[in-house]
Design a protein around this ligand. Structure first.
Ligand SMILES: [Zn+2]
Length: 200
């Protein structure tokens, strides 16, 4: 007869296999949600006015809408001035929408500005308010007012979504992580923390 020792062995082996499967799925989900390892060498300004501060409400790889993408959401009330994080040329913009909501179906309703930088990358400023684009063509200086925040497109609440991309698609490595000049030093930004733009 199968003695209790062999049943125990079967049980142990089953538990081990189950553990390997669960651990494998866990590791896979970590790898699956990972954002790009690329970090820009440029030091960006925080994309709002000097001497003001805003909290990151969704960081790199955030599960709500940043899975696999290196983007940052700064909480800010509608109508907050948005400033260029880096100098460049207005590449394209949209500011005729007044619709937004917490479903992916709203994605195409976002107002935005895309600034092309001199290394070919793009600074993307999303969810601006209706008629909230101030600079519509030509050069923008680092720190210059370019628009006003809002809550258009796929969004739970008013905020500014900012990302830097090397290509204008949603591939993981089209994004690049960026360091910012903050009142607490030059750093990558973390979810949940508040960052203040230095007065210069
Ligand atoms: Zn976002």
């Amino acid at each position: 007869m199968a003695n209790s020792a062999s049943w125990k062995l079967i049980l142990k082996m089953s538990l081990l296999i189950l553990f390997i499967i669960v651990a494998g799925l866990f590791l896979f989900s970590l790898i699956g949600s990972r954002v790009t390892k690329n970090i820009d060498t440029y030091t960006y300004n925080l994309p709002f006015k000097k001497g003001t501060k805003h909290r990151i409400v969704q960081g790199y790889g955030g599960l709500f809408s940043h899975k696999n993408i290196a983007a940052l959401d700064f909480y800010m009330p509608e109508g907050t001035p948005v400033c260029a994080a880096r100098e460049g040329v207005i590449y394209t913009f949209e500011d005729d929408s007044d619709e937004g909501g917490p479903f992916p179906g709203y994605e195409k309703k976002a107002n935005f500005i895309i600034v092309k930088h001199n290394d070919g990358s793009f600074g993307c400023y999303w969810h601006l308010k209706k008629n909230g684009v101030v600079v519509k063509s030509g050069l923008v200086a680092k720190g210059q007012l370019i628009g006003y925040s809002g809550s258009t497109g796929f969004t739970l609440s008013p905020h500014l979504h900012f990302s830097v991309k090397r290509k204008l698609d949603y591939e993981k490595d089209s994004f690049v992580r960026t360091r910012f000049n903050t009142s607490s030093g030059i750093k990558l930004l973390e979810n949940g923390k508040i960052y203040e733009r230095l007065s210069d």
